[in-house]
Design a binder for this molecule. Structure first.
Ligand code: CMX
Length: 433
């Protein structure tokens, strides 16, 4: 058993026993109640899922096993003399609730490198797709096409004992994470660089090698990818993509099927696709105003016109957060440090000054502040990654870290098939009577 798997086995066995006795001794304790607005309004805030890897506070933002993003950046191992914490370390932390050593992280980088080979059949499936198929659709198909490799599906068919589900899930989760950078880079190079593929650089870490395979070899871009992969990794369990994976995986569909489904969810414009929508909207604004240096007055007018046309301001608002997203703030800090002058970054900053007040004045938007998607596009454009249809795929590579760690926990804890109760409007009316 490898060192991470061994540690996970020990930690998860202990918690499994605790949860079992918690359910037995306190199973009837009421911890939440539900009102009609929550039932009609997308189940906001209803507590109904166990998710160990991270927790989202409306005002503090995301905490991974209790650590905020600035704390992670301080405590997790970094790439050789670099400034950015490595996502490998975050996966380790989310999986076993311990800050790893430099040696642990180096081991994990190597382990993912060993597991990164993608089956030829996946390349064949991708090559058969029309080149203008959206990158997220290609990503989803690529992930699903690797499903025949699932340890879990094979062992289940052979009659695996349920106490071994966690082990097969761990193997699948590690393989899937290892393969996603190469899969995603293949799609990027296929669509935007005439299929001119770049071989991996085995001397690099998971994110650095991903940047390299995409075709971006500057140290700043590799740092950006380390940051990007870190901050998008998890946002507790209720967000649409994580929840989709959790639901699908609870049927004992393996993680390839579950993560393909999760990525379909991420591809919606109210969720992960918002990162492409933000920069698309900014580019349209510049075209419309005839300048890449619009005044605050021009930007404010454009924001109001967008709202008057019945559209949302992409990158603003959140179902849980009620403050500027710390993931937005982390990207702003990166841009302040590494990007000296960029028209698009300046527009993002002007929007940050203007949009909250405009959205607030509508009187209905619960969170007028920027979310994670408000900043990323302007930084990527600055480094030359301008093909914004690809941006949600970057998000999707990172999100696997949290969702895969959580899938390991779900199977280790023996969580059952998810099956909440739905009601009809007649039932609601009867409750009022
Ligand atoms: N622009 C305009 N209107 C907005 C808005 C925005 N950015 N954010 C919320 N609103 C509107 C809602 O559409 C809703 O209007 P109606 O009552 O007319 O339907 C009203 O304000 C209340 O919505 P809310 O309770 O504040 O927000 P929700 O929890 O329902 O939705 C979210 C959250 C993210 C879908 C919404 O803020 C939104 O559409 N934002 C723009 C898209 C976006 O950036 N998504 C990315 C989120 C992060 C991620 O998952 O990646």
């Amino acid at each position: 058993m490898d060192r991470l798997k061994q540690k996970f086995y020990e930690k998860s066995s202990a918690l499994k026993a605790e949860i079992k006795s918690l359910a037995k001794e306190h199973g009837n304790k009421v911890v939440d109640e539900v009102n009609i607005s929550q039932i009609i309004g997308g189940m906001r805030g209803i507590k109904g899922m166990l998710w160990e890897t991270s927790e989202l506070d409306a005002y503090e933002g995301i905490r991974f096993r209790g650590y905020s993003i600035p704390q992670l950046q301080e405590k997790l191992p970094k790439w050789k003399n670099g400034t950015q914490a490595l996502p490998e370390g975050l996966f380790w932390l989310m999986l076993v609730d311990e800050i790893p050593t430099d040696e642990d992280v180096a081991w994990l980088s190597d382990e993912w490198e060993k597991r990164a080979a993608i089956p030829q059949s996946t390349y064949d499936v991708l090559d058969a797709l029309p080149i203008d198929t959206h990158p997220m659709t290609q990503f989803i198909i690529g992930i699903s096409s690797m499903q025949p490799d699932s340890h879990f599906a094979r062992k289940y068919a052979e009659g695996m004992h349920k106490t071994d589900y966690w082990d097969a899930t761990y193997e699948d989760a590690m393989n899937l994470i290892a393969r996603l950078p190469a899969l995603s880079a293949y799609i990027y190079r296929r669509i935007y660089h005439n299929g001119d593929q770049i071989a991996p650089d085995h001397s690099l870490d998971w994110s650095g090698n991903y940047a390299h395979m995409l075709g971006f070899d500057s140290e700043d871009f590799k740092s950006l990818m380390r940051l990007y992969m870190l901050i998008h990794a998890d946002h507790e369990g209720g967000n649409a993509s994580a929840h989709t994976a959790h639901l699908v995986n609870s049927t004992l569909a393996d993680v390839y099927l579950a993560y393909g489904a999760a990525m379909s969810s991420l591809a919606g414009p109210l969720h992960g696709l918002a990162n492409q929508e933000v920069i698309k909207w900014i580019l349209e604004m510049c075209k419309n105003l005839g300048t890449t240096k619009p005044s605050k007055e021009d930007i404010a007018r454009y924001v109001k016109d967008t709202l008057a046309a019945g559209q949302v301001i992409p990158g603003y608002g959140h179902a849980v957060l009620r403050k500027p997203d710390p993931r937005f703030v982390a990207q702003k800090r990166f841009a302040e440090k590494f990007i000296k002058d960029s028209d698009y970054v300046n527009i993002v900053w002007k929007l940050f000054e203007l949009v909250p007040e405009i959205l607030g004045s509508l009187g209905k938007v619960k969170n007028p502040w920027p979310n994670v998607d408000a900043h990323s596009g302007a930084i990527l454009v600055n480094y030359g990654l301008k093909e914004y249809s690809f941006y949600t795929v970057l998000f999707g590579v990172s999100r696997a870290l949290g969702v895969m760690a959580a899938s390991c926990w779900s199977r280790a804890l023996g969580l059952p098939l998810e099956r909440p109760k739905s009601v009809n409007s007649l039932w609601l009316k009867n409750q009022i009577k």
